[in-house]
Design a binder for this molecule. Structure first.
Ligand SMILES: Cc1ncc(COP(=O)(O)O)c(C=O)c1O
Length: 347
């Protein structure tokens, strides 16, 4: 195991042994891209020799993923729901007219890079993990606007620190109706780099004020969409009934964490509802959070709506329902609880 200050690692890139790379070469015929993937290979070289006119640089043919590898309480190495990431990368690739790596290839490349970087999987007690960043880029040199015929899948590993090094805590969000992250029928539901660049104007403005940014739907700006890199969850308790609410929108990324939490919530007997959520409904929530691979759950204490001069105070400290869901998911990821849905691959 590497001598790394695991406890002080943040969500930053740390150099590891190797990355894995795999190229595709094809031809377009009658609107279909046909070709073959080479065998994946490991390399210590973290730089690409890329043509300046590559379609990823010129026209944004780029998609990526993010998933975690955990060293469990039992010492076993678990990769969480990588097949779901492979499937989402396939959807993103198809949306940008890129070649989609087959699941078996994704899995093979993932296992190769995890094995070669096993020394960088943080010890169990630290709460740190090995983050994997699969990346798919278009490499064909092109000046005419259109998709290329050559692609490359790369998986970059990096240990990352625990999201909550101290205490599980709340964050305040601010609504921005003046910048849209993605169009209603655009690429918001795909994990493509352009969505993130498009969100920076809003997220950086929010960070300067000490907040995170909550995006509303780009068509009406009346409904909650998502955060820049996380889905939104609200918890509504009425009498002895608990409802797990999450937005339905064509412009948000289908979060694998949210999907997992919805499954756990149903198991706990909560009603799970995915629907349009009006901004004013924040007033009816007892708990709220952002959810995603990096944080699992990031509870929200307040949401500020500057255009309407309103602040929705939700919960000063992380609430019991979301705290319990957070622990239930982490228990599966760290092998402390039965993996009853077969979410983890032990490697
Ligand atoms: C825009 C966006 N929404 C939601 C998520 C959460 O998705 P997941 O739970 O699959 O990490 C992410 C992170 O991947 C994201 O970038």
């Amino acid at each position: 195991m590497k001598q790394i200050e695991w406890n002080t690692l943040g969500f930053h890139y740390t150099e590891t042994n190797s990355i894995v790379r795999c190229a595709f070469h094809g031809e377009w015929k009658n609107g279909q891209l046909a070709g073959d993937w080479d065998e994946p290979y490991l390399t210590t070289d973290k730089y690409l020799h890329l043509h300046v006119s590559a379609t990823c640089l010129q026209y944004g043919q780029e998609a990526f993923e993010g998933l975690k590898v955990f060293r469990g309480a039992d010492g076993q190495i678990r990769v969480f729901r990588w097949q779901a990431n492979a499937a989402r990368l396939k959807r993103s690739a198809e949306a940008l007219k890129m070649a989609a790596p087959p699941e078996e290839l994704f899995g093979k490349a993932m296992r190769m890079v995890v094995a070669d970087n096993a020394d960088y999987i943080p010890p169990y007690e630290t709460g740190a993990t090995l983050y994997l960043r699969p990346l798919l880029i278009g490499t064909t040199p092109r000046l005419g606007v259109g998709p290329g015929r050559d692609y490359e899948l790369i998986i970059i590993p990096s240990p990352i620190g625990p999201y909550y090094p101290g205490k599980f805590h709340c964050t305040t969000f601010i609504i921005n109706r003046h910048v849209d992250r993605a169009a209603a029928l655009g690429t918001g539901q795909y994990k493509v780099g352009g969505n993130y660049a498009a969100s920076f104007r809003a997220t950086e403005a929010a960070h300067l004020q000490g907040y995170d940014c909550l995006f509303t739907d780009s068509k009406t700006h009346r409904y909650i969409d998502e955060c820049s890199a996380a889905n939104f969850i609200g918890i509504k308790v009425t009498g002895n009934k608990t409802e797990y609410l999450t937005p339905r929108s064509t412009a948000i990324l289908p979060s694998i964490t949210n999907d997992s939490l919805m499954t756990l919530a149903r198991d706990k007997g909560y009603r799970v509802t995915r629907r349009h959520i009006r901004i004013e409904e924040l007033a009816d929530l007892q708990e709220a959070a952002a959810c995603g691979t990096a944080c699992v759950i990031s509870p929200i204490d307040k949401v500020i709506d500057p255009d309407k001069g309103k602040t929705y105070c939700i919960s000063r400290t992380p609430g019991p329902i979301l705290t319990d869901l957070y622990h239930s998911l982490q228990d599966i990821q760290y092998g402390r609880a039965d993996d009853r849905y077969g979410w983890c691959e032990i490697i």
